[in-house]
Every structure is written in C-alpha cells, then in structure tokens.
Ligand binder design. Sequence first.
Ligand SMILES: [Zn+2]
Length: 63
Amino acid sequence: MAPKTRPCPQCRKPAATTDNPARPFCSERCKLNDLSRWLGGEYVISTPLPGPPGAWDHSGNED
Ligand SMILES: [Zn+2]
C-alpha cells in the first residue's frame, strides 16, 4: 500500500496523511511554524463585524 501524501501547507514538501501526528504538515516543526505564525498575527482576518448601526432601533419599542 503506497503511503498517501499531500503537499505540506508550510513547506510544500510531500506530507504523509496517514500515521502522521503533524498532518497536514510534513513534520512537527512545520506545524509549530504555522501555529506561531497564527499566534503572531500574520493571519489576522480583518473582516468587519456584521450589524449595521440602527439595526436594533425597532426592538422593544412596540407601542
Ligand atoms: Zn513541511
């Protein structure tokens, strides 16, 4: 049975998808590398929160 591999998101080297505790990365090192980038804020998502101002204007105001 040939081992399945996918490109490591970190270094693009083939990474085993089975029996690999660091998957989808090729190694623990790449996994930690990616994690530290996340924690470092490099992947900050700058999506504005939904909810226009005034959306609540009519709630609780039924007379
Ligand atoms: Zn890697």
